[in-house]
Design a protein around this ligand. Structure first.
Ligand SMILES: *[C@@H]1O[C@H](CO)[C@@H](O)[C@H](O)[C@H]1NC(C)=O
Ligand SMILES: *[C@@H]1O[C@H](CO)[C@@H](O)[C@H](O)[C@H]1NC(C)=O
Ligand SMILES: *[C@@H]1O[C@H](CO)[C@@H](O)[C@H](O)[C@H]1NC(C)=O
Ligand SMILES: *[C@@H]1O[C@H](CO)[C@@H](O)[C@H](O)[C@H]1NC(C)=O
Ligand SMILES: *[C@@H]1O[C@H](CO)[C@@H](O)[C@H](O)[C@H]1NC(C)=O
Ligand SMILES: *[C@@H]1O[C@H](CO)[C@@H](O)[C@H](O)[C@H]1NC(C)=O
Ligand SMILES: *[C@@H]1O[C@H](CO)[C@@H](O)[C@H](O)[C@H]1NC(C)=O
Ligand SMILES: *[C@@H]1O[C@H](CO)[C@@H](O)[C@H](O)[C@H]1NC(C)=O
Ligand SMILES: *[C@@H]1O[C@H](CO)[C@@H](O)[C@H](O)[C@H]1NC(C)=O
Ligand SMILES: CC(=O)N[C@H]1CO[C@H](CO)[C@@H](O)[C@@H]1O
Ligand SMILES: CC(=O)N[C@H]1CO[C@H](CO)[C@@H](O)[C@@H]1O
Length: 720
């Protein structure tokens, strides 16, 4: 008993001292957020950011007695280090001193003998350097006399340690080569670089990699232009907004807190776990609300090549359909790393361009996998998997009944009928194909089955088809708000299209088109994108219609050249209209025309500016060059608060309609540009600059000059 009492009192005394100690320090701390060349921070003194959020000074991590210069939250009851300067070279006593020296360096010195322990660097020198701790946790060196306070010589946000703070740009500057990434601490007591790092890999479709030394442990993404694919827990949540910038200068990722009172951070632990934290006042502590890897299936390549991980299964690793374990013995021992082999039966073959690794099944946010296989193979595959991959074949009588014998009351544009109502109550639209557009029954059927597999929220859904006698019908879901042209070009109705709706339509079309262009190696080129082919659902979401049809019914053609140009005057790219050359970039051109039409509320076709005889494209480009871009905007869009988005859309539209296909962006860049700020290239002169260009191009090669009909069919001269 005696010993316990004796032990007890010195401990009490000690803990009392621990509580008092920081208070004493507070008295000596510099309350400023900035130091200049005549000032310094000694051990025990601190800088506090102007809003009181962050504090910077000397500290000892964990149970270590070493001293480091670092940064933590000023007000939180748990000291949380978010950045360390001298992580590799600790001070062994309290003799460190932080100074700003000419020509603009922040340095940590050994005050006993004046040697430099740590230093920032700078690419230029300035007259009056100061170091400032900003309220977002960024330590910056700048020139006190610089009028632009953001013109930093150096910033700690470029060189984070193991913590991402909101506002930081995480990624790579492609001009300077500077990479901003996270590097774990060695242990709680030691901030020197540990084994784990967290990088944004900018090659191809950017993805975020968690590495242990050089080996990938876990992957977020890839970024598909909209979100990180395959990583449901890496999506925006109500606390932050995510900005992804990708252009020729930089590829980076940035988060902004939506509510400044929410304190959050993202770290990479010394044991290799990436974690998103948020401070909870009620419990006066940090809560981890996201862990990555979250489970064993997140382990990179766990199931090997052609393996697939499903956390609901035991064991979690399995093989892709039609594949078997390469080495069943290993699988029994829970070693899946050798993956799977195809169990090809010899009556067909699967072509793979590279090993497929790191596949898992997800209930949300997954990406469909499309596998190109021989049609004989596909038929076998259908047979063994029942109805789910088969498209319903409708009986003609059902369609006749639903559309009231193709009644003219139900006519929807050329060859279209709707709404028809099936017996179950489902509303349908029916497209009746003329028989001279057919390539043959078998091809039609294959094409239809193929198109049915293209599913995207911005493509009209094909519900079934009907081949009977002379009739070849396609049955689609019915879109209650008809097509975009009906509302966009109507002076009264277009008031219903506010900017948010228009921008949503632009983005939706872009995503639908991206899906067509990129989803499969077949590269579906729409070839007839126009306002009347954009249908609107009950929530005004756009859905592209008539996709794939051009590819199917375009006649005898190769990928690159066609004798019959099927398209619509006003939307056709010059190389397509004049030379019959088509590519994904001809769709990009049509998309650009659509964007300019949506922003201006004017048709490209038939638009002719009174002063200069320019068409809509020429007019838009002229305004853009004269810095009057906003003059293009539909006057019924009154609210100026969206102008940054409007300007961005016009800029993207103009990039898409450039004369040369090589200059036009791909749809993946378009999706990125629409969603992000950033420096875009200047738009060059559009193709079909004036109305005359179009007419000239048309009369030189057409045998069938259209007057007021919308469709154009140009027959190219026979190649010799
Ligand atoms: C540094 O800051 C102090 C306090 O604001 C000021 O008195 C001093 O003149 C400054 N020195 C220089 C070189 O700017
Ligand atoms: C930090 O605490 C101080 C003193 O209690 C308070 O004045 C200040 O507003 C707080 N700052 C933040 C960012 O919470
Ligand atoms: C310090 O060491 C003790 C005993 O080894 C341990 O229980 C404690 O968690 C350590 N503290 C930190 C912050 O690492
Ligand atoms: C600082 O300098 C003194 C004197 O040379 C030396 O004893 C001490 O180890 C130095 N500290 C560091 C961290 O280099
Ligand atoms: C200061 O002390 C450290 C550690 O002893 C030594 O490495 C360094 O060379 C010394 N620097 C100067 C300028 O004496
Ligand atoms: C600053 O230092 C980092 C790390 O040593 C280096 O990668 C970078 O190129 C340096 N920057 C300049 C401007 O010297
Ligand atoms: C699958 O098997 C076929 C036929 O044996 C072979 O040609 C092909 O390369 C195999 N594919 C893979 C991915 O192993
Ligand atoms: C398509 O064109 C090629 C080359 O001109 C010709 O050999 C082939 O028979 C044509 N096919 C059809 C279906 O017209
Ligand atoms: C278009 O031109 C054709 C032949 O030149 C003519 O028969 C037709 O009536 C014209 N259509 C319209 C709507 O003017
Ligand atoms: C769409 C398709 O080709 N389905 C075929 C799947 O296999 C069964 C049985 O062989 C055929 O009857 C279907 O036509
Ligand atoms: C702008 C517009 O016409 N919106 C209509 C779209 O369709 C829904 C459902 O049919 C209608 O309620 C909207 O008024």
């Amino acid at each position: 008993m005696m010993t316990t009492v004796q032990m007890d009192s010195p401990w009490k005394c000690f803990s009392f001292f621990l509580i008092i100690f920081p208070l004493i320090f507070q008295l000596f701390s510099v309350t400023a957020d900035t130091i200049n060349v005549t000032q310094s921070i000694r051990d025990g003194e601190t800088l506090v950011s102007s809003g009181g959020m962050f504090e910077m000074g000397f500290f000892s991590p964990g149970n270590s007695s070493n001293r480091y210069m670092g940064l933590w939250y000023n007000n939180l009851t748990v000291r949380t280090i978010v950045w360390v300067a001298n992580r590799e070279i600790p001070l062994t006593n309290t003799d460190g001193i932080l100074r700003v020296i000419n020509p603009g360096l922040l340095v940590l010195l050994n005050n006993t003998n004046g040697s430099t322990i740590w230093s920032s660097n700078a690419s230029r020198s300035v007259q009056n350097p100061v170091a400032q701790l900003l309220d977002n946790g960024n330590i910056v060196v700048r020139d006190a006399s610089d009028e632009n306070p953001e013109n930093f010589l150096w910033q700690s946000f470029d060189y984070p340690t193991d913590t991402y703070l909101p506002g930081m740009r995480f990624g790579k500057n492609l001009l300077t080569g500077l990479e901003t990434y996270l590097l774990s601490w060695r242990s709680n007591d030691d901030p020197s670089p540990g084994e784990y790092s967290f990088h944004l890999d900018p090659t191809g479709f950017p993805q975020i990699l968690l590495k242990r030394d050089e080996s990938v442990q876990f992957r977020i993404g890839p970024w598909n232009g909209i979100r990180f694919s395959g990583t449901p827990n890496a999506r925006e949540d109500p606390t932050y907004r995510l900005v992804f910038v990708m252009n020729e200068n930089e590829v980076n990722y940035r988060e902004y807190a939506l509510d400044r009172s929410v304190i959050s951070r993202f770290t990479i632990s010394s044991s290799g776990v990436a974690q998103r934290w948020t401070w909870v006042d009620r419990i006066q502590g940090w809560v981890v609300y996201m862990n990555m890897p979250a489970d064993i299936c997140d382990t990179y390549g766990l199931c090997g090549a052609y393996g697939i991980c499903n956390i609901g299964n035991s064991p979690s690793c399995g093989c892709l359909d039609r594949f078997v374990p390469r080495n069943p013995g290993d699988w029994v021992r829970a070693d899946w790393s050798n993956g799977c082999l195809n169990a090809s039966s010899g009556n067909g073959c699967l072509i793979w361009y590279e090993d497929l690794v790191d596949i898992r099944s997800l209930s949300t946010d997954g990406q469909d996998i499309y596998i190109r296989m021989a049609s004989s193979e596909a038929e076998n595959y259908n047979g063994s998997h029942g109805k789910d991959s088969e498209l319903p074949l409708f009986h003609l009588s059902v369609i006749m009944k639903a559309t009231d014998d193709f009644s003219m009351n139900n006519k929807l544009g050329e060859g279209g009928f709707g709404p028809g109502i099936l017996e179950g109550g489902q509303e349908i639209a029916v497209k009746r194909l003329s028989k001279d557009s057919m390539q043959g029954l078998c091809e039609f059927k294959n094409e239809v089955i193929f198109i049915a597999k293209l599913q995207h929220r911005n493509l009209v859904r094909l519900l079934g088809f009907c081949i009977q006698g002379e009739e070849n019908l396609l049955i689609y879901e019915y879109m209650p708000n008809k097509s975009l042209n009906v509302i966009l070009f109507d002076q009264t109705k277009n008031k219903l299209l506010d900017w948010q709706t228009r921008f949503n339509i632009i983005n939706g079309i872009a995503r639908g088109l991206l899906y067509l262009h990129q989803d499969s190696r077949l590269r579906i080129i729409h070839r007839d994108l126009k306002a009347s082919n954009i249908l609107l659902d009950s929530d005004m979401n756009p859905k592209i219609s008539d996709f794939g049809m051009a590819r199917c019914f375009g006649g005898n053609e190769t990928e690159a050249k066609t004798r019959r140009v099927v398209g619509t005057y006003g939307y056709m790219s010059p190389e397509y209209a004049v030379d019959g050359l088509f590519s994904v970039k001809s769709d990009v051109f049509s998309f650009g025309v659509l964007v300019l039409e949506i922003v201006s509320g004017r048709r490209n076709r038939g638009f002719s500016h009174t002063d200069n005889n320019l068409n809509l494209l020429g007019h838009a480009w002229t305004l853009y060059r004269e810095g009057r871009t906003l003059d293009l905007v539909d006057p019924s869009l009154g609210d100026s608060s969206y102008f940054p988005e409007v300007l961005r859309s016009i800029h993207v539209g103009l990039l898409c309609v450039q004369q040369s296909p090589e200059d036009r962006p791909s749809m993946s860049s378009v999706v990125l540009m629409l969603g992000n700020e950033g420096a875009f290239p200047k738009a060059k002169q559009p193709g079909f600059f004036t109305e005359r260009d179009v007419l000239g191009a048309r009369s030189s090669s057409s045998t069938n000059a259209p007057n007021s009909t919308n469709e154009v069919t140009i027959t190219m001269p026979e190649p010799r």
